[in-house]
Ligand binder design. Sequence first.
Ligand code: FAD
Length: 387
Amino acid sequence: MDFGFSKEQEMIRKEMRHFCKKELTKDYIQWMDENVDFPPAELWDKFADLGFFSATVPREYGGDGISMVDAMVMFEEICKASMSVALAIGTTTGFGTRTIAELGTKAQKETYLPKLAQGKLKMCMALTEPGGGTDILGAMTTTAVEKEGRWIINGEKVFITAAHVSDFMVTICRTETDAKPPESLSVFLVPSRSPGITITRIPKISCHHCDSVGITFADVEVPAENLLGHRGSGWYEMLATLNPERIGCALMGVGLMAAAYEDAFAYAKERQAFGGPIARFQILQHYLADMYIHLENARNLTYKSAWLCDQGRPYHLEATMAKLVASEGALFAGRFGAEIMGGYGICSEYPMQRYLRDAYQLQFSPISNEMSKNMLMQFQGLPKSWA
Ligand SMILES: Cc1cc2nc3c(=O)[nH]c(=O)nc-3n(C[C@H](O)[C@H](O)[C@H](O)COP(=O)(O)OP(=O)(O)OC[C@H]3O[C@@H](n4cnc5c(N)ncnc54)[C@H](O)[C@@H]3O)c2cc1C
């Protein structure tokens, strides 16, 4: 058994730490959080130059084809610096690159993957609908109907991260009217500037520099060749994207926890009360101890999930637990990190309030913690409790 990272992985981490220290300073993150709904193009280009977008693209399509563990090592420092930035770039690699690499035909891979590797395309995933994200099969009303060699899409999606800046939306629609719900969905690569698409902002407390928006599709025409995967198999085929997404989101919680812990630890050593640093008070040490334990647990589960994924072994259970433990730990870290900082914990001047706000988003996205627990016990063989 070996819990260590390889020399190469440590080098990736070192390089990313250096990059984040230079390009994702706390001042710049605060500026983005107060001024933009997506990171500026110049930052995107720096990630492209760094090789972030090519890292997970298969070698035969112009990428480096790195493993899931390597990709997570690369991602961790970004998650620590800013969950918004992690989401902004992660939607393209997680939903665009991965979905096309998993489901795409040779022609689709040749068309899109080299451009994705160069950072020339932005993508998002439009799955959730206003009727409900947890019961997505029951709630989905967006349809795609085949007509004269094209697909016509009508419907509505909600909370779609980065759709307002994307070039393509990986969009899940109902195509089969007579089939059972899990066999009725198909996946499409929809050009975001297609006539009939309207995007609406959704103001929210979390991840200010990576918006999630509403989308309406009114008779949006998509060429037949933009079907991804097999007609009617979208529900099962999307699992190849949705399970890795849980690992990526777990790492966002890990990064957020690490940042909150570090800031709270440093603050506690500096801040004086009753003739000495507040770090000497046992109750504050216990807050920090709990943050540290949550961080270690979540990090171990997250990397174990990534490792299992690389081994080609089942990892849905571990990825679900990792997302749950990391999101709960992140909320705890934001909550008690702010407690340690007293009034300053909720002041805009300090990032702690951002960690706390961003942590809320992880509680139900991409899957709610309640549903995660339902599924965990179902995986363990208990009767399905949730429908
Ligand atoms: C900021 C943000 C970004 C997002 N980004 C994306 C994106 O890029 N693409 C995308 O497709 N979606 C995205 N989502 C959607 C996200 O996946 C959903 O919000 C999530 O699945 C929950 O759906 P819901 O919000 O409709 O809540 P609901 O499904 O309405 O759930 C409400 C509550 O009921 C509980 N609940 C429901 N069913 C059960 C049950 N059987 N047992 C116990 N409890 C239950 C839930 O746990 C929750 O507490 C995003 C959401 C947010 C807020």
